[in-house]
Write a protein that binds this ligand. Structure first.
Ligand code: SDX
Length: 379
């Protein structure tokens, strides 16, 4: 313990370690995955290719892609032990608890659970990447009393994710918006859930324990849970399909002014690192615009515009990625509580890339604290 004067609450502004996985640059409002701007990756690569880039540090060769896709397709089906564990949970259990349970069951059952060598950890990461969509799909379908939809090998990751969830082939506009959301959600340096994964890894614990812990951190509404909270805000304001975009915007503006007057924290806005906007928002907003256009839901964009305008005027606080992501997933047909599990599916790539990096150059993560309790005293 130390009496060091300076406390870095929330570790704000503290550079805890190096990372080569991604660079978040608030000055230029940019984000690079292994040196590539995320906007280019979202425009040009599949989520499978971005996953390989994050894990290996380089764009995959065709051979590496083919090998990974074969492995991914062979691990898509819902594991019967995971299904049995989920079936023990109430139908209204939070889907983040379902996701956390699923990863824990996969870890405890893994034949190489005790092996954290680089090649085994990379394989575990790839298996988790492949297996998680079926967990999200199963949970949404069981909540709706729908039967399990088996994966299809003729569909890519995003197409199959939507196929298993909705039991029908999604239109390419929807698949592309979904793929963009996965790429944008994949990685973001030392955010709370990724740092959690690194802390667990730093004790030389295993990958599934680190990912399970990261899911616990992501669930919170100050972090990944914000995308679900954004939709609850829209639901609280009320969605009226017959409303014009302008009418909806006016109602949303009034709601935000009232919420801020009550000192409420409105999720989807603000960021610990980005202070002049989240670099990913314009790209995610384009995906939302495409979904609003495709489904003809101008009134939903009205709510979006109204809240954003009011928060900007009142506090000059800008949207973060969760803000456009929430309504996009709503338009695709996902239940609101499934939004943050979608964030898990994407962030499994970033978490496991950081787990590899931490293990490769490890030091136990153990900060100091300044004692503020009673002076020494005797019984
Ligand atoms: C993600 O770190 C990452 O990279 C995370 C992430 C990733 O990809 O991994 O980007 C994903 O988690 C995005 C963030 C999602 N969270 C939310 O949308 C929750 C709402 N946002 C806030 O809670 C807040 O902006 C944080 C937690 C994200 C960051 O907060 P900070 O840096 O700790 O700043 P703060 O909370 O102290 O806010 C500074 C001021 C405060 O006003 P005062 O109390 O000083 O008067 O701004 C206000 C806050 O009240 N403020 C908000 C607000 N965000 C900040 N007021 C109302 N609503 C908000 N959303």
């Amino acid at each position: 313990q130390t009496n060091s004067e300076k406390i870095y609450k929330g570790l704000a502004g503290v550079v805890a370690d190096h990372t080569a996985v991604s660079k978040v640059n608030p000055e230029s409002n940019s984000l690079l995955y292994r040196g590539y701007p995320v906007q280019q990756l979202a425009a040009q690569l599949s989520f499978e290719e971005v996953a390989l880039l994050l894990w290996t540090g380089e764009l995959p060769t065709q051979e590496e892609k083919d090998e990974f896709i074969a492995l991914e397709r062979s691990h898509r089906a819902l594991d019967s032990r995971v299904k049995a564990a989920i079936d023990l949970l109430p139908l209204d259990a939070h889907p983040m608890d379902v996701g956390r349970t699923a990863v824990s069951v996969l870890g405890a059952n893994h034949p190489q659970s005790g092996d954290s060598s680089p090649e085994v950890e990379l394989r575990k990461a790839k298996e988790l990447f492949a297996a998680f969509p079926a967990v999200v799909a199963y949970d949404q379908r069981r909540r709706r009393k729908q039967e399990v939809v088996e994966p299809r090998d003729d569909l890519d990751y995003s197409q199959n994710f939507l196929w298993m969830t909705f039991g029908e082939e999604a239109p390419e506009e929807v698949v592309d918006a979904f793929r963009v959301s996965m790429v944008l959600y994949a990685e973001h340096s030392f955010n709370a859930s990724t740092f959690t994964a690194r802390v667990v890894t730093s004790t030389l614990s295993d990958l599934h324990s680190a990912v399970t812990a990261a899911i616990g951190a992501l669930k919170g509404p100050l972090h990944g849970g914000a995308n679900e909270a954004v939709m609850h805000t829209f639901e609280e304001i009320g969605i009226d399909k017959d409303e014009t975009r302008e009418e909806a915007a006016a109602r949303a503006k009034t709601w935000m002014e009232q919420a801020l007057a009550e000192k409420r924290k409105v999720m989807g806005f603000g960021h610990r690192v980005y202070k002049s906007g989240d670099s990913r928002v314009p790209t995610m907003k384009q995906a939302l615009d495409a979904m609003v256009e495709y489904y003809g839901r101008g009134e939903l964009m009205g709510l979006y515009d109204g809240l954003e305008a009011a928060m900007g005027e009142a506090k000059n606080i800008l949207p973060n990625l969760d803000y456009p992501a929430g309504p996009t997933y709503h338009l695709m047909g996902f239940d609101t509580e499934m939004f943050t599990p979608l964030f898990i599916a994407a962030r499994i790539t970033g978490w496991t890339a950081h787990i590899q990096e931490q293990r490769a150059d490890n030091s136990l993560i153990r900060p100091l604290s300044a004692y503020s309790g009673p002076d020494e005293r005797s019984l």
